[in-house]
Design a protein around this ligand. Structure first.
Ligand code: HEC
Ligand code: HEC
Length: 414
């Protein structure tokens, strides 16, 4: 009998031992495995890096609870409305799932957190725990970094850097074209890496495959194959530092930086590039009768449109391209990449439909990389020192290799 008050005392101190066990047990059985798993959580569906469900978990259940609660990620009144559940659930309604994460995995993550939060909310030992003086930090990154590494943001730079360059690869790698069908028969499905489904599907394929090497960007097959530094069924399609190389290399470097965790704080992020958006086309420009001095050098053209209203050439080029001059044939020809300021009417209409140039008068400015600067530094930009002259052309810009707009190389003057 003498022991009874002690038991009562004990019960008062520990009002619901069974429930406390519940929250702890649910944590050990369902949350801890997510924390320890070597596999990425469902967040990778939409975030290239910078977020993982593991970042929201600490080794101890109590610390995890306090950290999530005090950051407003847990709703104790209506546990099912908790922000952390909303983050996990976003993928459920994703209209375009990438197929990276099985629905089953996401559901398991959701159910685990839902069950655990419910158990915590029902348990005063968790629910009413005082705010710790020094909260343990979660592994989460600042929102700016999370935003930067979002795939829907990265797709913009992918479109401008990789997708826009697909015409430089002719149709060899574009799924659903007769050229690609033929090559797929010879070399297998892997040759069809510019996906019929569009830029997002192509980006997903490249991100999850072996064509980009995030540890050594310059060794990526996406670069070394067209450079011809490794054997390539399509031959040499890039000159070192040309526009195709520059664009694809810039995107791969960006992926590498994001993946390696270079950006931890908002101030680590690169300042936004304000250059024009690029749009690939099958519009060809040819310079024939090129002077001997241009032979086998990298030549760049910038194309300017005549502004009828103001009666001047536009200030910014509407198209550009570059390639090594074929010295023996006295010939330079390549397809054009169209350029438009982000958010401009041109950019909008080219993004919505097929990028084209209107019939009219154009000025072609020609630059020659005499000092082979692009070879030495892939970031080098040709400028006034490399300017060799300009020539006017009139064109309706028909499409295709067999319908090139031609300018006379001997008429290029300063
Ligand atoms: C279906 C795509 C998708 C999935 C899956 C997804 N997110 Fe997001 N996430 C987004 C989008 C889009 C935004 C930005 C728009 C917004 O804030 O509503 C975002 C924003 C965020 C933000 C806030 C940053 C800001 O912009 O304020 C965080 C934090 C976050 N997500 C974490 C996660 C975590 C953790 C997971 C995995 C459990 C996850 N997300 C899964 C698409 C997704
Ligand atoms: C004339 C057709 C042709 C052109 C043009 C061409 N390729 Fe290829 N490419 C091939 C063939 C054929 C293969 C398969 C044999 C091999 O791996 O080299 C291939 C393979 C590749 C691969 C390896 C694919 C894999 O999964 O193994 C990459 C990467 C690649 N090419 C990049 C490019 C890029 C980038 C361009 C344009 C700048 C380009 N290619 C232009 C024909 C072409």
């Amino acid at each position: 009998m003498r022991r009874l008050p002690l038991i009562v005392f004990g019960l008062l101190l520990c009002p619901s031992p069974a429930r406390a066990d519940d929250a702890g047990k649910v944590f050990e059985e369902r949350i801890a495995p997510i924390f320890k798993s070597p596999n990425p959580s469902s967040c990778v569906e939409c975030h290239l890096a910078a977020v993982d469900l593991k970042d929201y978990i600490l080794p101890s259940p109590k610390d995890t609870f306090l950290a999530l609660r005090d950051q407003g990620l847990i709703d104790l009144k209506t546990p099912e409305d908790s922000k952390i559940l909303q983050l996990i659930n976003r993928g459920t309604n994703n209209p375009k799932p990438s197929g990276l994460i099985p629905a089953k995995q996401r559901q398991a993550e959701y159910d685990a957190f839902a069950a655990w939060i419910k158990a915590c909310a029902a348990d005063p030992a968790y629910r009413d725990a005082p705010k710790p003086e020094k909260a343990l930090p979660l592994g989460t990154k600042p929102v700016e970094v999370v935003r930067y590494a979002r795939k829907d943001r990265m797709i913009e730079s992918f479109e401008s850097n990789v997708w826009a360059m697909r015409f430089r690869c002719m149709n060899c790698h574009t799924e659903g074209t007769p050229q690609n069908d033929k090559l797929v028969k010879e070399s297998g499905e892997r040759v069809g890496w510019f996906k019929k489904a569009g830029p997002a599907a192509t980006m997903e394929y490249l991100l999850s495959g072996k064509l980009i090497d995030a540890a050594n960007p310059e060794k990526s097959l996406l670069l070394t194959k067209p450079l011809g530094t490794v054997k390539h069924g399509g031959g040499i399609k890039f000159a070192p530092g040309d526009q195709g190389y520059k664009a694809m290399r810039a995107w791969i470097d960006e992926v590498a930086a994001i993946r390696s965790g270079t950006y931890a704080r908002a101030e680590d992020l690169p300042t936004k590039e304000s250059g024009p958006k690029r749009f690939g086309t099958d519009l060809w420009l040819k310079l024939d009768k090129t002077p001997d001095a241009w032979g086998d050098k990298l030549l760049q053209v910038d194309v300017f449109v005549w502004d009828d209203k103001a009666a001047v050439w536009e200030k910014e080029p509407v198209a550009t391209s570059d390639r090594v001059v074929w010295g023996k044939g006295k010939l330079w020809q390549h397809n054009l990449t169209l350029l438009a300021a982000p958010g401009s009417e041109r950019a909008k209409s080219w993004a919505a439909g097929k990028p084209t140039l209107p019939t009219g008068k154009y000025l072609v400015k020609v630059y020659l990389d005499v000092g082979e600067r692009a070879k030495a530094d892939w970031k080098a930009k040709l400028g006034p020192d490399e300017f060799v002259g300009s020539v006017e052309v009139q064109s309706r810009w028909p499409e295709g290799y067999n319908a090139m707009t031609t300018a006379d190389g001997t008429r290029v003057r300063k």
